[in-house]
Ligand binder design. Structure first.
Ligand SMILES: [Zn+2]
Length: 409
């Protein structure tokens, strides 16, 4: 089982590391072991990688080579295979204390074919840990000193992992995504770990009014909501919730400039407009605004930069994101528009041990999203050294989505 012991490094301080060292770790300690694991234990990849020898895989010496050697997969592959074909055929009791207990999520939308996605408990833990590490970074580096923010430090021990701060201790965050949307679930896990309570309505599609009333009732400190848009397949839009608030003089007025109770806005998986961002920061003076980029398949893989809030820093940990050229199976040049390929490379058990993923495995999975990636190794003004994903295009790539599939749930 040695080479199945894939470190996921969810606790690794990727953000401040040296680029060359980081890429070496990602390739040698995560990507290649994940590939070997998939080829040996996952029915779909056994077939899909038939022409690849173990030697081919072990000889991959760069992420560029990884993209050109390892065939990508799309939603079409998911639709035409049973979900269990993507799950490793291993004795789960050996690697997963929950013995195969899965979270299940449907995905669908533009392609019209609903697809079942399953994450094991340990994968879920690794994914949520990656996401909340990105929030912790902000608190350590910056947020503590911002105006209009009340910081409540606290410490706790997570099952053998080192002590952590709980920067959101005592806070109440409301989820405005539809109840069955994966975003509510993953945020519930990560925000609890950071010390916050998290509420969401059981209704499958809460209205804007529902969310606004609940926000007032629970006197929440923050909200998780899709920012804005035309249809409400994801949930109640932040922009519409704020519009109700602006039109009322109530006891619980979210727009009150001196209302320190309302401090957080979170969103996931879509760009936010300059106009709305400026409104949140300038008119509402909300001290902490955080977006994640992710998918139902691999969950959060990047989080917004605190200086350039429409850009996303790659997170690593449980996942790898690469931008592929639009027309060739090669890595896109820095700043070149391409397709995002995501891979699930690690997980964490209850004791903090690093393990291979045990839910559905995605390697070089094309989400259908377009994006550009900054040159790795260029330090960012926010203090992070990880590459920045920007010019995210979830809507412009309809052709790509129809052809390659994309999660839109
Ligand atoms: Zn940054």
């Amino acid at each position: 089982m040695d080479r199945f012991n894939i470190p996921d490094y969810t606790d690794f301080w990727w953000d401040t590391g040296n680029a060359a060292e980081r890429q070496k770790i990602i390739l040698e300690n995560q990507t290649i072991p994940a590939l070997l694991f998939a080829k040996e234990t996952v029915p779909f990849y056994r077939e899909h990688y038939k022409k690849l020898s173990v030697q081919n895989i072990q000889d991959i010496s760069s992420l560029e080579e990884f993209v050109s050697v390892i065939p990508y997969i799309t939603k079409v592959h998911l639709a035409s295979n049973h979900p269990m074909a993507f799950v490793p055929q291993i004795n789960l009791s050996e690697v997963d204390p929950h013995k195969g207990k899965y979270f299940r999520f449907g995905t669908g939308g533009t392609t019209g074919t609903p697809i079942l996605i399953m994450h094991s408990m340990q994968d879920w833990r690794g994914m949520s840990r990656t996401a909340d590490r990105l929030i912790e970074f902000d608190f350590y580096e910056d947020l503590f000193y911002r105006d209009n923010f009340e910081f409540q430090p606290g410490m706790f021990t997570f099952q053998g992992l080192e002590s952590r701060t709980t920067p959101l201790s005592g806070k109440r965050i409301l989820g405005a995504y539809n109840a069955d949307h994966i975003t509510n679930g993953i945020y519930a896990t990560m925000l609890h770990r950071l010390g916050s309570d998290f509420y969401w309505r059981p209704s499958s599609a809460p209205t804007v009014e529902d969310i606004y009333d609940t926000a007032r009732q629970f006197e929440v400190n923050g909200i998780l909501a899709p920012p804005e848009g035309e249809n409400n397949k994801k949930g109640a839009f932040l922009k519409d919730i704020l519009a109700i608030d602006a039109g009322r003089q109530t006891q619980w007025n979210l727009s009150h400039r001196y209302n320190k109770a309302f401090q957080f806005v979170f969103w996931s998986s879509m760009p936010i407009s300059e106009v709305l961002l400026d409104h949140l920061m300038t008119d509402r003076q909300i001290p902490y605004i955080k977006g994640h980029f992710g998918s139902t398949e691999v969950c959060p893989t990047a989080a917004t930069c605190s200086k350039q809030m429409r850009n996303f820093h790659l997170s690593y940990g449980h996942s790898l994101v690469i931008i592929k050229k639009l027309d060739r199976d090669q890595m896109a040049a820095p700043d070149e528009l391409g397709y995002a390929l995501v891979s699930k490379t690690g997980a964490t058990d209850m004791d903090g041990n690093n393990l291979p993923p045990s839910g559905m495995i995605f390697i070089n999975y094309m989400t259908g999203d377009g994006a550009r990636l900054s040159k790795d190794g260029t330090p960012c003004a926010c203090g992070r050294n990880t590459p920045v994903l920007y010019d995210l295009q979830r809507i412009k790539f309809h052709d790509g989505k129809a052809k390659h599939g994309c999660q839109t749930a």
